[in-house]
Design a protein around this ligand. Structure first.
Ligand code: ADP
Ligand code: LRH
Length: 498
């Protein structure tokens, strides 16, 4: 690296990293400085995030970055920005202190809140206001759970910050709510980008908690003194990227257009979740969209991410976690290898089955699911691994059909970005099950999107098209062509009846 460097703090639900990015020889160059594990913490009945552990890792990574870059002649850290998963939040009080723990969206106490909310405001009305898919994990339902529980934090809060805003606040002392992450709350209008006063009123949420969202690419302040002393980032600007990780990932899709009205490509941002959808110039708040339960989340520069949440590699990750508890710890590569050798379609698992959202033990839960659906309980790890991947490919196939209906377009290419793009078996299964060309990569799409938006915010880049061209030049992709598509027909029919 030399010249201007941007530090991307990229927090996923399974791991976090601090990445330094900049331009060299007309290409984007990334250096991974620090990587760390992340997982929800179970405490009594609750599922929480270890936000202090994350903060320690962030500051450690930033210190390493500052030291490293100080030794590179001509290199200069121009900005820092954080992206994280959506929907989760922290609450601050009038003394500017964080109140209460930071909860994970899989927290069991959210159960039932969506149904309770619909008794107050109809599904149609909430959808008309927000254009969002109905998921119990959405910020709105988590807030209702906090109100019902009488949380001290909830009672004393004077403002709300989404997860990435929380870390921006820790870094800079500034309270903001960045727009793309705000759009995951189910409280924001995707049409005019303002908070829905109708919903805030209906659910007794104080309007003062929700300042106007800050657009991605805005400089909100500088690293505050106490943090600069620890990290070495003296007076470094904090520039908010598209803080919703999925928005950053979609920005990095190596497509040639930006937000086409009739897309012939879609994306799967593949990590803990699989977010499958298209990028459109404006939201699609139609009865069909509501019926298919797709979401209109905010993208960069006013675009819309019309997508669906699919259970993702969470199942695969949690099978591994369950094996770790049993004393074995296969690598991702070993799991993929064993899945490839296992018999096809011997167990069908829907990754969106509610029972798999936060089970105590994923292997036991899949066993119970097999019994419940009249399938043989797996005794072989390879069968379990394969079921997690085939289940995803089958969901992709179904979701692709819905996307084409919704957009009235025909999609020829599926871009897979994120950690899941390294899973060659899953990429090939996706191509086969969907009967479409799959283009896999870049892997670090989220961090790239974060860096690129900081480049835009600091004036080094201007247009998304320009950024995408750079991304295409800078990061190799791998193409998978469909084979043996017909073998997916029978399992797809069986899957639909589960
Ligand atoms: P998140 O941002 O949600 O934490 P990531 O985009 O980092 O998720 O993706 C993590 C997932 O990517 C892992 O759970 C794993 O399934 C997959 N993955 C990462 N590296 C590899 C690899 N070398 N081979 C296969 N899969 C991989
Ligand atoms: C992916 C993601 C997704 C959200 C979920 C909570 O990391 O941000 O877009 O729905 O996490």
């Amino acid at each position: 690296l030399d010249g201007p460097v941007h530090l991307a703090v990229d927090l996923g639900a399974s791991s976090g990293r601090v990445i330094a990015g900049g331009l060299r020889d007309g290409k984007i160059h990334l250096t991974e400085i620090w990587r760390f594990e992340n997982q929800p913490v179970r405490m009594q009945q609750d599922l929480l995030w270890n936000h202090l552990g994350l903060w320690q890792n962030i500051t450690h990574g930033l210190r390493l970055a500052a030291d490293r870059i100080a030794n590179i002649p001509g290199a200069n850290i121009e900005s820092v920005g954080v992206d994280t998963w959506g929907v989760d939040f922290g609450l601050l009080d009038d003394r500017n202190q964080l109140v209460g723990p930071v909860r994970c969206y899989r927290d069991p106490r959210n159960q039932g809140q969506l149904q309770a909310a619909l008794k107050k405001v109809s599904r149609e009305e909430i959808f008309a206001e927000t254009g969002l898919q109905f998921m119990e994990i959405n910020t709105l339902y988590q807030l209702l759970a906090a109100a019902q529980a009488g949380d001290v934090g909830y009672r004393n809060a004077t403002s709300l910050v989404m997860m990435a805003d929380l870390f921006h606040w820790m870094l800079s002392g500034e309270r903001t709510i960045e727009a793309t992450n705000a759009s995951t709350s189910q409280l924001l209008s995707p049409v005019n980008g303002t908070w829905s006063t109708k919903l805030l009123d209906a659910f007794n949420l104080p309007a003062a908690w929700f300042p106007p969202p800050t657009p991605a690419g805005t400089k909100i302040g500088v690293v505050q003194k106490s943090v600069a002393e620890v990290t070495g980032l003296h007076d470094v600007p904090v520039v908010v990227p598209a803080t919703h990780d999925t928005a950053s990932a979609v920005l990095s899709v190596p497509a040639s257009e930006f937000a086409p009205a009739r897309p012939d490509w879609c994306y799967i941002s593949s990590g803990t979740w699989s977010l499958m959808g298209v990028e459109l110039p404006e939201p699609k708040i139609t009865p069909l969209c509501a019926e298919l339960n797709f979401t209109n989340e905010g993208g960069v520069h006013g675009s819309t991410r019309l997508l669906k949440n699919i259970g993702g590699l969470w199942v695969f990750q949690q099978i591994r976690a369950a094996l770790q508890r049993r004393g074995t710890a296969p690598s991702w590569a070993e799991m993929v290898e064993q899945a490839a050798l296992a018999p096809a379609f011997s167990l069908l698992v829907n990754p969106d089955d509610g029972a798999l959202l936060a089970p105590t033990d994923m292997i036991d839960e899949i066993g119970a699911l097999a019994e419940r659906t009249g399938q043989p309980v797996p005794t072989d790890n390879g069968v379990l691994f394969r079921a997690a991947l085939e289940g995803l490919a089958l969901r992709y196939r179904h979701t692709l059909g819905s996307l084409e209906r919704l957009t009235e377009s025909s999609i020829s290419t599926i871009h897979i970005v994120g950690g899941g793009s390294l899973n060659e078996l899953l990429c090939q299964m996706t191509a086969d099950a969907c009967n479409r060309t799959v283009v896999a990569g870049p892997v670090e799409a989220t961090a790239i999107g974060n860096v690129v938006m900081q480049m835009i915010g600091t004036g080094h880049l201007h247009l998304i098209e320009e950024a995408r061209e750079l991304i295409r030049k800078s990061f190799p992709t791998k193409t998978y062509t469909p084979q043996n598509t017909h073998v997916w027909d029978e399992p797809a029919a069986r899957f639909a009846t589960l």
